[in-house]
Design a protein around this ligand. Sequence first.
Ligand code: GTP
Ligand code: MG
Length: 196
Amino acid sequence: MIKTATFLISNTDHEKCPAPNKPEFAFIGRSNVGKSSLINMLTNNKKLAKISGTPGKTQLINHFDIDGKWYMVDLPGYGFAKVSKSLKADWDKMIKSYLTSRENLVAVFVLIDSRLDPQNPDLEFLTWCGKNGVPVVIIFTKADKQSKTKTHASVDKFLNASEAIFQEAPLYFITSAETADGKKDVVSFIEEQVKE
Ligand code: GTP
Ligand code: MG
């Protein structure tokens, strides 16, 4: 259970992020996939991370302190078409240098919309993580938007596609920010890693 979540700082430069003295867990995924909503659901705080119907709301590396024990990080979405090429390239560089240089990073939760067939930007991002040794856990979002049968069908498709990237099925969770499904599983997973 998360008791207190406090916003710390937003950055464009990973070198200015808080001292890497606590375990860190980051959340990333395509724009609008529900990163900020998931963060708010996990922390029981509807106002912690800004949510928007317009893709591209989160544009910075946002650090939150959780219970004084670990850092939660909300990252901008990748593969968002409606910003300029140069801005996209800037975000890409910012995210990738953060992910490869943050020494306290325990896992990156890559959020995938549970309603969709495997999408290239997601597979490309996962391939990049695989090549760069970035530790990935998959979170399927918005499970409340369809039947369980449909969710499991698209989860299976995605796991098949990602097995080709990682040579084994990645660890994954199925969540809904609406119903708080999956909350306990994700939080327990993180808290177990923090204990060690
Ligand atoms: P960017 O910061 O723009 O990259 O988006 P994001 O990934 O942070 O998405 P955000 O949390 O802002 O959510 C985008 C939209 O999806 C909002 O309208 C949310 O209300 C909606 N949404 C997010 N998660 C869920 C969910 O689990 N269920 C439902 N029904 N809607 C969701
Ligand atoms: Mg966001």
